[in-house]
Design a protein around this ligand. Structure first.
Ligand code: 13P
Length: 252
């Protein structure tokens, strides 16, 4: 089986001015400098990307954006293109986050366009999927997640998918303090890997990194990482303080 390098990513959401972001990464850099067993990524707001990129030069921490538009330029007021993210030093771009699906009209179709646009600019997508509470309670988790996977990955070449990152974020676990149990996350993530193996082939599924996201804390990371299909975490709230994010990164 392909060796998957674990990935711990911090999604800062709409928190931290660029000055606050600088303070946070300056403190974070020395705290994770010794980590070689996993990739560390921070995804600050757009306004802090340049500042954080400068500070991350020469470190092992990579930069990601929280969203992107699918055109390279044009009259799209308020949007940011993949080329702009690449120019600033981003390696990753989050797409399909449930907060964007809920508040900003993100759909599987727009996610699919964004994934292709990121690749065209040389960036790697972190593709978020996950069911809402009422969907889980109705026993529709697999149906909802597998449809998201199917439609978001539509038409994506296999070598691109193999290099991609999927984040399983059950909506009911985001910002609620309710982490999915390692078994619940494993069950869905194994389903996602199985689906990718069926849609593409086993080697692609084996290479694909699948993260868990939803109230990940220093106390919960170890048990999650012990699961065979959990290759890392997409961390929200706990990525905003150096103490908790560094301690999550030090799960091993
Ligand atoms: P929390 O870790 O704050 O629950 O957020 C998870 C998330 O949405 C990461 O993208």
């Amino acid at each position: 089986m392909a060796e998957r390098i674990p990935l711990i990513a911090g999604n800062w959401k709409m928190y931290r001015t660029h000055q606050e972001a600088a303070e946070l990464v300056r403190a974070l850099i020395p705290r994770v400098a010794d980590v070689s067993y996993c990739e560390v990524v921070v995804c600050p707001p757009f306004t802090a990307l340049t500042t954080v990129a400068e500070l991350l030069k020469g470190t092992r921490i990579a930069l990601g954006a929280q969203d992107v538009y699918w055109k390279s330029e044009g009259a799209y007021t308020g949007e940011i293109s993949p080329l702009m993210l690449k120019a600033v030093g981003c390696r990753y771009g989050i797409v399909g986050h449930s907060e964007r699906r809920q508040h900003f009209g993100e759909t599987n179709a727009t996610v699919s366009s964004k994934i292709k646009a990121l690749y065209d600019a040389g960036l790697i997508p972190i593709i978020c999927v996950g069911e809402r509470l009422e969907e889980r309670e109705a026993g529709r988790t697999h149906e909802v997640v597998s449809r998201q996977i199917d439609e978001c990955l539509d038409g994506l070449e296999e070598e691109k998918l193999a290099a991609s990152v999927v984040a399983y974020e059950p909506v009911w676990a985001i910002g609620t303090g309710l982490t999915a149990t390692p078994e619940q996350a494993q069950e869905v993530q194994a389903m996602i890997r199985g689906q990718v193996a069926a849609l593409y082939k086993k080697q692609v599924a084996d290479a694909l990194r699948i993260l868990y996201g939803g109230s990940v804390k220093p106390e919960s990371i170890r048990a999650l990482m012990a699961m065979p299909d959990i290759d890392g975490a997409l961390v929200g709230g706990a990525s905003l303080t150096v103490e908790s994010f560094a301690s999550i990164v030090h799960f091993a």
